[in-house]
Design a protein around this ligand. Structure first.
Ligand SMILES: Nc1ncnc2c1ncn2[C@@H]1O[C@H](COP(=O)(O)OP(=O)(O)OP(=O)(O)O)[C@@H](O)[C@H]1O
Ligand SMILES: [Mg+2]
Length: 285
């Protein structure tokens, strides 16, 4: 089972005169073990949508079916919400601002302990999660505030991994990272996907979407305006004003204009482009 979003609406500050309709009749399906990107302009509702997946935000209308639980207004106080939060791990935008324990290992173990895990086991799981994100034992006892921004984000991610959810949602995970750190983090996410996790990444980075996502949902003003593969999205880029075309697709388009016979559907990385160029050149030699 994955996530089935059915006709959800959500308004912030419902009673105020400046209320915002952040989700406007959103429906979508995310299959188990999929790798999905959610994109859209600033303020389009991406983070709001993501927070409905583990009931941090409960839709005013409609429901979000996750495995055997329906997130809905009626169920908002159900005891099963706790269980849902174990199944869906949400890594917030800039999660590094939410570290507060005095050591890295305590911070990473915090979530698990909250779910009732014994201290020793929670700390052991924290150590495993920290190693997964590339932080070795020299980090365990350090205070989080001493770390760099990137290291703190890794600690925050480890805190979610320690809980071992089936579904992982990353809200702009690579923002502010240098290219090498971004690549390292994406490799970790790919490994999690290969180990059977369902991955949902919210991002403004179209190179990332093209390279990693199997499916894309685009939001605009709280509505889903596109659903399909990255290739389908970038092939129809002209329809969407603000859509940034990935660098490698731009290159492929420029080569096509010069007469190269390149299949855009195959281009996700520079290696793919190289392969296509070789194939095309091969035909002409
Ligand atoms: N806590 C809040 N109180 C009031 N309005 C909010 C709140 N959070 C978000 N909004 C509004 O709801 C709409 C959707 O916001 P949301 O944060 O989901 O967008 P987003 O797509 O994640 O944007 P970004 O790319 O900037 O992160 C926006 O108009 C935003 O101003
Ligand atoms: Mg957001």
């Amino acid at each position: 089972m994955g996530i089935k979003v059915e006709n959800i609406f959500y308004t912030y500050q419902k009673k105020a005169s400046n209320s915002t309709l952040a989700l406007d009749n959103v429906s979508l399906n995310i299959e188990e073990n999929d790798f999905v990107a959610i994109i859209g302009e600033t303020g389009s509702g991406k983070s709001t949508l993501a927070q409905t997946f583990n009931a941090l935000i409960v839709p005013d209308q409609g429901q979000v079916q996750v495995n055997d639980f329906a997130v809905s207004y009626k169920n908002r106080k159900s005891k099963k919400v706790r269980n849902l939060r174990k199944q869906v791990g949400l890594v917030f935008q800039f999660p590094e601002y939410q570290l507060f324990e005095e050591t890295v290992e305590k911070d990473v173990a915090f979530g698990l302990k909250n779910f009732g895990e014994k201290n020793e086991e929670a700390i052991a799981a924290a150590h495993r999660a920290l190693r997964k994100v590339g932080l070795d034992e020299s980090y365990y006892k350090r205070p989080p505030f001493e770390l760099s921004g990137g290291e703190r984000r890794k600690v925050a991610i480890a805190g979610i991994l320690a809980i071992n959810p089936d579904i992982l949602v990353f809200d702009e995970p690579t923002v502010g990272f240098d290219p090498a750190s971004a690549k390292e983090l994406m490799s970790l996410i790919v490994n999690l996907h290969m180990s059977g996790k369902t991955i949902i990444v919210i991002t403004h980075d179209m190179d990332l979407v093209n390279e990693y996502a199997k499916k894309v949902f685009m939001l605009e003003k709280g509505k889903v305006i596109f659903e399909g593969t990255p290739s389908e999205l970038f092939n129809n880029a002209k329809q969407y004003d603000c859509l940034e075309i990935p660098m490698v697709i731009k290159l492929a388009l420029a080569l096509k204009e010069k007469g190269a016979d390149i299949d855009l559907n195959k281009i996700h990385t520079t290696d793919d482009l190289l392969e296509e160029i070789k194939r095309w050149r091969g035909k002409h030699e």
